[in-house]
Design a protein around this ligand. Structure first.
Ligand code: PLP
Length: 484
């Protein structure tokens, strides 16, 4: 590593990224390239001799950026957001610069200890119960994704149960969530060896705003027990992926507890909002959960990746995930004096991810982050009001955070589901192909609906207004054109 080259190239690169952000509104939000476009533009082998940074940056500008979907664009409203910020970016630079691999405490004590401290800070901001903090038997850990978070707790819960009932009972173990639970749960079940039929995604509908009904959970568990199966894991949601629904955590926790099950809460997107006192109520009941997950890389100004997971019983994780080969042995670990995060996750190696979260909290402060979140929720409310005032559209599910679910209604004489679904597919295609916004869809009760999530740090009211006008214009064109 040549420090002088780093200084020179680093300045050039920061300028490049700063210019990218300055011009981000000029790029089509959704990349408009065709599959395989890049193969045609780049050589088919690596260069033998070094090239200049400038020639690489020229290629980034002319060949890579056209194939980028601009998640940081103020007009990116798809999926859930993936925030970046100056603080998060600087934290990434620092982490890349130090470039340590902190799997055990000894491999970089600061990495482990900062992660523990910052997760305690964030845990306190979320008003998580004391048992989730590092001072007791629990603690927080940064995973790469919510998918890894649910996998590690599912493995811990599985093994905890199997230690009680015997390993041969694996095929009898049953997992429960709602049909709105992210597919990460299903993937975790596949990896954990849960029988495919024993991952119960219980039905929800509009009568509960797509929240999991405790009665349905109770019924499913009772039925499974009566046929000799072993319920062991229940996943509740605070902010489902389709409509940001919140499950009734208290009731679900009670059911899990009375059946000796692990209760995990997935708040990947909406958890961030719960640092605001007025939204904290959505976490009520988390006190009774065994684990809680929120992606700071979604809506908390922390560059990808940074998925924060808290557990009450860190030993459950360690019992499932710990290995202790000779080549990793050291005094601090052997004496049980330290946390070795390698035993709380799937991989061995891990990055210094707490730096960026620490920098976000320090450079912005809690009040600014709260106001940042509130602003997005207010912008979503503004969009919701616009939709509500146009009789050609309808809001499909109640809005709690910064996600609005809506659809274009079919003309009165064409009110069957198929026509409506096709109409909304066409509307989505029409607005996204302009490159001026990127919006995605989901299905609720068999209806194809559109989702607009406010969450990009650069989004302002004028962007929301422009998105709404574009939707209205394209809707006008579709409704006026003869049926295909
Ligand atoms: N849970 C919820 C509620 C989500 O919305 C998502 C992704 O959007 C996930 C889990 C999976 O997130 P990750 O990509 O971090 O695995």
């Amino acid at each position: 590593m040549d420090s002088e080259q780093l200084r020179e190239y680093g300045h050039q690169m920061v300028d490049f990224v700063a210019d990218y952000y300055q011009n981000i509104e000029n790029y089509p939000v959704l990349s408009q390239v065709e599959p395989g476009y890049l193969l045609k533009l780049l050589p088919d082998a690596a260069p033998n001799q070094p090239e200049s940074l400038q020639s690489v940056l020229d290629d980034v500008q002319s060949k890579i950026l056209p194939g980028v979907t601009h998640w940081q664009s103020p007009s990116f409203y798809a999926y859930y957001p993936a925030n970046s910020s100056v603080a998060g970016f600087l934290g990434e630079i620092l982490s890349a610069g130090i470039n340590m691999v902190g799997f055990s405490w000894i491999t970089s004590p600061a990495a482990t200890e900062l992660e523990m401290i910052v997760l305690d800070w964030l845990g306190k901001l979320l008003k998580l119960p004391q048992e989730f903090l590092s001072s007791g038997h629990g603690g927080g850990v940064i995973q790469g994704s919510a998918s890894e978070a649910v996998l590690v707790v599912l493995l811990s819960a599985r093994d905890k149960t199997l230690r009680m009932v015997g390993k041969s009972a694996l095929g009898k173990l049953v997992v429960y969530g709602s049909d709105q639970t992210h597919s990460a749960l299903q993937k975790a079940c596949q990896i954990a060896g849960i029988h495919p039929e024993n991952c119960r995604l219980l039905k929800t509908d509009s009568s509960t705003d797509y929240a999991l009904s405790p009665e349905i959970v109770n019924e499913a568990i009772s039925h499974d027990i009566s046929i000799g199966l072993i319920p062991f894991f229940l996943c509740g949601n605070v902010g489902t992926t389709s409509s940001a629904t919140v499950d009734p955590l208290y009731s679900l926790a009670k059911i899990a507890k009375s059946n000796g099950m692990w209760f995990h809460v997935d708040a990947a997107y909406a958890g961030s909002a719960c640092i605001c006192p007025e939204y904290r109520r959505y976490l009520d009941g988390v006190e009774e959960a065994d684990s809680f997950n929120m992606n700071a890389h979604k809506w908390f100004l922390t560059n990808f990746d940074c998925s924060t997971l808290w557990v009450k019983d860190r030993n459950a994780l360690i019992q499932s995930l710990s290995t202790n080969p000779e080549f990793l042995k050291n005094k601090a670990s052997q004496a049980n004096l330290v946390v070795d995060y390698k035993d709380w996750q799937i991989p061995l190696g891990r990055r210094f991810r707490s730096l960026k979260l620490w920098m976000v909290l320090r450079l912005y402060g809690v009040e600014n982050i709260q106001n940042y979140l509130r602003n997005h929720i207010e912008l979503a409310r503004y969009f919701e009001v616009c939709v509500g005032q146009d009789p050609r559209f309808e809001i499909v599910a109640p809005r709690k955070f910064s996600l609005v679910c809506f659809r274009l209604l079919p003309p009165v004489d064409d009110n069957e589901a198929h026509g409506s679904n096709k109409l909304n597919q066409d509307l989505l295609e029409a607005v996204n192909s302009t490159g001026r916004v990127f919006i995605t869809h989901t299905a609720l009760s068999g209806m194809y609906i559109l989702r607009l999530v406010v969450g990009a740090p650069l989004t302002e009211r004028r962007h929301i207004y422009a998105a709404w006008k574009l939707l209205q214009d394209e809707a006008c064109t579709l409704l006026c054109s003869p049926l295909q």
